[in-house]
Design a protein around this ligand. Structure first.
Ligand SMILES: NC(=O)C1=CN([C@@H]2O[C@H](COP(=O)(O)OP(=O)(O)OC[C@H]3O[C@@H](n4cnc5c(N)ncnc54)[C@H](O)[C@@H]3O)[C@@H](O)[C@H]2O)C=CC1
Ligand SMILES: O=C1C[C@@](O)(C(=O)O)C[C@@H](O)[C@@H]1O
Length: 290
């Protein structure tokens, strides 16, 4: 037996999270640091629980001795109303993916944005990021757009098939980054915009195992562009492979997956795992087809 101060009990709450690789990434990092740490997926689909019950789940988790949760689709926004405190970044993005329970209080953070930022710095060192074209304005898109603008991107063009969604996202980003040019664009504008930007970021699900394909026509992609993807299943998406073949610098979605896990682990335990070690572990798991 151990108390909450002597070991860690962590959960991932969301729809379809059973196959997630975040639990094994945390557990391996804990093993490396000699911590007793259990991380369980809590799958709303399997449990037939509504996403609207996230507040009750958090309360139950606190009573059952959990130290923290990662929270994912479709609860990242729903959870906001059930927290005692929210980090300034998570508040600005309007989404929380990490909740720590401290003295009975729920504190929310967003490590999707911080994790993507770190991945960008590590995986694309020195790449020019002044002007960027981003595809996708959903949950991941909100975090990576925030991360780009916070790390110095001056012009960000965001394309989404859902016009209302992209317009809303652009308005929110402009509030947080009034000095930047944030612009909602249409798929028809992509070829022209590619001619103007330094890099391309995919935050759509196109390229995932169950959504194969390319999220755009890559005819206007050049070797001078860097290309980043949020998708890590597969880690080599069609976009990443095509860009690499063209000679572009690439950042696969594994960097963001590792970044969000490493930052959440540090928030939960106070210990920062070695990023390269966690990435090695993630690639090993993906190689095994897990
Ligand atoms: N590496 C990581 O740690 C993470 C990766 N992801 C990945 O990011 C991807 C997106 O996830 P979410 O943002 O949660 O999904 P979401 O469903 O919230 O948003 C996706 C958006 O892409 C738009 N879209 C779809 N096809 C498009 C196209 N061809 N052109 C322009 N827009 C298009 C949709 O209209 C939607 O607004 C998923 O593949 C997910 O696995 C998400 C979270 C973390
Ligand atoms: O959205 C994601 C992805 C994730 O749910 C996963 O399954 O790896 C883990 C979450 O912390 C993160 O915010």
């Amino acid at each position: 037996m151990s108390t909450r101060a002597e070991s860690y009990l962590v959960g991932l709450i969301g729809d379809g999270v059973m196959p997630s690789l975040t639990p094994p990434m945390h557990e391996r990092a804990a093993e490396v640091h000699g911590l007793r740490y259990l991380y369980r997926p809590i799958d709303l689909t399997e449990l037939e629980l509504p996403a609207s019950g996230i507040g009750e789940l958090l309360q139950a988790g606190a009573k059952l001795g959990f130290n923290a949760f990662n929270v994912t689709h479709p609860c990242k926004q729903l959870v906001l109303g059930h927290l005692d405190d929210i980090s300034p970044t998570a508040r600005a993005i309007g989404a929380v993916n990490t909740v720590v329970i401290q003295d009975g209080k729920f504190i929310g953070h967003n490590t999707d944005a911080s994790g993507f930022s770190r991945g960008l710095a590590e995986g694309l060192p020195g790449a020019r990021k002044k002007k960027v074209l981003q595809l996708g304005a959903g949950g991941a898109g909100a975090a990576v757009a925030y991360a780009l603008l916070a790390s110095g991107t001056e012009q960000l063009h965001i394309v989404d098939l859902d016009e209302d969604r992209v317009n809303h996202r652009v308005q929110e980003l402009r509030k947080n980054f009034p000095q930047a040019l944030v612009h909602a664009a249409t798929p028809a504008q992509v070829p022209q915009l590619l001619g103007e930007v330094d890099g391309l970021l995919n935050a759509t699900p196109i390229g995932m195992h169950h959504h194969p394909g390319l999220p755009l026509d890559i005819a206007a992609l050049e070797s001078r562009h860097w290309v980043a993807d949020c998708i890590y299943r597969p880690v080599d998406t069609e976009l990443i492979v095509a860009a690499r073949n063209l000679g572009c610098q690439v950042l696969d979605g594994g960097y963001m997956a590792v970044g969000q896990a490493v930052d959440a682990f540090e928030i939960i335990t106070g210990i920062r795992p070695e990023t390269q070690q966690v990435r090695g572990h993630l690639l090993e798991l993906l190689e095994k087809g897990l």
